[in-house]
Design a protein around this ligand. Structure first.
Ligand code: PLP
Length: 437
């Protein structure tokens, strides 16, 4: 273990200042808003978080994948300060403003879909998904929505229905939205799926001529960082073309450089009709978007989509800076290099510890699936929790994921340095030792 340079744990967790806030949280904040880290943030820069008690952590969660350009990126902060001095809110549909138009132009220009494009903005990933479905329904004049196993699309009624994992996301929240149909998604570590299997599943599930949209994550995020085989997304494109439904890629987690391309679908030689984006687009400000083919985007009647805060000027100013910062390719290359460095360390952990069942990912989106037995592949949920917990207590925050909660994943800021990564990986290795002791 090398000497700590970036992290510092100087109290029990939570320390006294954090504990006082947690005590008030328990009294006043609704219980379902469960928190992951056992400390309260005081300040954060790049990939480092300092808590109220002076402890310092390396953050591999990146605000659940929102901080591609880093916490408080200086160009984002400067644009926000400039906007604060101009105006905060008018509602674009009441009194329009240029930053939303600038962002729409910037996003359309950077989205690798041929032909004329349009963009619309909202506040959250779930809202982007809901609106993509509304737009597809208006365009096709059909109702059906096809989604996939292991999907996460958000927590509003339709997005929650489209999400797969029942506990905790759907527990006690039915009845669910109608006309949502689910197909298998390739999970190569656990099951095999062929194109013929997929087509059979489609025909057995719904009449494809009643389907408005197929919504899919190009790489599954919350569901466990599943990278599909090369045939999968092109096969979905062929199905959409054959049956006349709209193909929507939910790039809320995978987009904005995370996988080493602007959007992850660019790795697979395929184009969707619509893309949902959020998270790192706004660099921490609430912002999401749907971008795609003009004839599809323009289908709903005037005023049919929108929202009071949709595409608010502060968030748009932040997003314009984010998009410009990705343009010279440095951060995209960095995403790939970060992923390679972390994968190498994850694989080295696999050589030391039998609990590592699979290491997978694309670009900086890297995950590690933990099992109690490599032969049976039984998910090691409790162990995953113990490792994540030990890592936090030693100074590094790693989120978990997956249907079984047994995937450690990385959604780190792309401005993290190699030295910071190495320190984080040392902490994770120590966490393995402690959890398996
Ligand atoms: N879609 C995907 C792929 C996501 O990963 C998420 C959030 O993690 C969402 C949609 C929902 O986004 P939000 O929480 O902003 O509503």
């Amino acid at each position: 273990m090398t000497e700590r340079r970036f992290t510092r744990i100087q109290t029990e967790l939570p320390g006294p200042q954090s504990a006082a806030v947690f005590e008030r949280k328990a009294r006043y904040v609704a219980a379902p808003l469960e928190t992951y880290a056992p400390f309260i943030v005081r300040k954060s820069e790049g990939a480092i978080i300092e808590d109220l008690d002076g402890n310092r952590f390396l953050d591999f969660s990146g605000g659940w994948g929102c901080l591609a350009v880093g916490q408080r990126n200086e160009r984002v902060v400067a644009a926000l300060k400039d906007q604060l001095d101009a105006y905060l809110h008018t509602d674009f549909t009441a009194v329009p403003y240029a930053p939303l138009v600038d962002l729409a132009e910037a996003l359309c220009e950077r989205t690798a879909i041929d032909g004329e494009k349009r963009a619309a903005f909202f506040n959250s990933g779930a809202e982007a998904v809901e609106n993509a479905v509304k737009i597809a329904r208006a365009f096709t004049k059909r109702k059906g929505v096809l989604v996939f196993e292991n999907a996460f699309h958000g927590r509003t009624l339709l997005a929650m229905t489209m999400t797969h994992k029942a506990v905790p996301y759907k527990a006690g929240f039915g009845p669910f939205a109608p006309d949502v149909f689910r197909l298998p998604y390739p999970y190569e570590y656990r099951t095999s799926l062929s194109e013929a299997d997929l087509e059979r599943a489609l025909l057995a599930t719904v009449d494809p001529s009643e389907v408005a949209a197929m919504v899919v994550e190009p790489i599954v995020g919350e569901g466990g960082f599943l990278v599909p085989p090369d045939w999968f997304l092109p096969a979905l494109r062929r199905l959409a073309d054959a049956h006349g439904f709209v193909l929507v890629f939910d790039e809320v987690q995978t987009g904005i450089g995370r996988t080493g391309r602007f959007f992850a679908f660019e790795h697979f030689g395929v184009q969707p009709d619509l893309v949902c984006t959020a998270k790192s687009l706004g660099s921490g400000l609430p912002l999401s978007g749907v971008v795609g083919k003009a004839e599809v985007m323009d289908a709903p009647i005037p005023s049919a989509i929108g929202g009071t805060y949709a595409g608010n000027p502060l968030a748009c100013r932040a997003a314009i800076e984010v998009l410009k910062m990705l343009d010279d390719g440095t951060l995209l290359e960095r995403a790939t290099a970060i992923g390679d460095r972390i994968k190498a360390r994850f694989r080295a952990l696999g050589e030391r510890f039998d609990a590592v069942g699979d290491v997978r990912g694309l670009g900086s989106m890297v995950g590690m699936e933990l099992v109690t037995d490599r032969a049976t592949k039984e998910p090691a949920k409790a162990l995953t929790g113990r490792i994540a917990n030990a890592a936090i207590r030693n100074g590094a925050v790693f989120p978990t994921a997956g249907l079984y909660g047994n995937v450690l994943r990385v959604l780190v800021s792309l401005v993290i340095s190699d030295d910071e990564i190495d320190e984080g990986m040392d902490i994770l290795e120590q966490a393995f030792e402690e959890a398996l002791r």
